[in-house]
Ligand binder design. Sequence first.
Ligand SMILES: [Zn+2]
Length: 306
Amino acid sequence: MYTDIKTILSDAAEKNYAVIATSAINMETARGIITAAAEKNAPVIFLLGQNMMRVHAKAELMIPMIRRLAEYANVPVATCLDHGNDPERLMYAFRNGFSSIMYDGSLLPLEGNIRETRHWAETCHTFGMGIEGELGHVGNAAAGDDANEAAYTNASDAAMFARETGVDCLAVAVGTAHGEYPKGLIPHINFDRIRECKEATGGMPLALHGGSGAGDENIVRAVQAGINKINVVTDVFSACRASLLEDLSANPKIGYIDLMSRMEMAAKHFISHWIDLSGSEGKASGFREKNRIYLLSKKESVGDSE
Ligand SMILES: [Zn+2]
């Protein structure tokens, strides 16, 4: 079922689990990810970044495909523009059937971030879409930004941000960063800061960006501390790339369909593991229960036409 991040993450926050938010740039990754979610009976979120769509995975093709796969999957699936900050690209997401956006005003001063995020939150909610904002700034792993505590999210600012913007989810900076960490480095996550932000925002769904390479134990503990959305993009692409490299190295004459099918399986296995870490396995059943209220029961559907 195709839905938005508000629907998915409010359930996750209520029941203290997290949902995997990952990315696909083609049919194989999209189908591998949704198959993992369907097999684990877990909700899942697709992230498409502004740049990724500009250079390769156009929303005109990706969103209808993801929506079509979601119809068959029988688990909640949302799409989310990742790190939107260009109004033209935000409108592109609106035009092309995204169910949610993440507006990233994290490099703006607090007042500007609140003002812009509130604007996009109002627009999203008018169209029944979900929205995530970011406070503090999640930087780049290669630059060592994970250790930049000055950029971590301040809990009392988070309370004000949540109240004044009306976002459905808040991305917090607590010790992770985007991309690949330097070899051998496992980031230190400030779990107390997650708990403080959770409490200050009255239990708002919180997102952890930069999940790739953050370490399994860190992810599990982050979920226990209050994280409800885990972004993992770099590592799913790395898993696909590793599958291609391994298969081509082992057998340079491997058929193209076989190669792609095996890459799809690699994406599926990778996401299955992350679903295990997130605690979202089996959680799709609760959504099907809620959705029943929209359907007529057999008895009610017998009309009064006679
Ligand atoms: Zn991010």
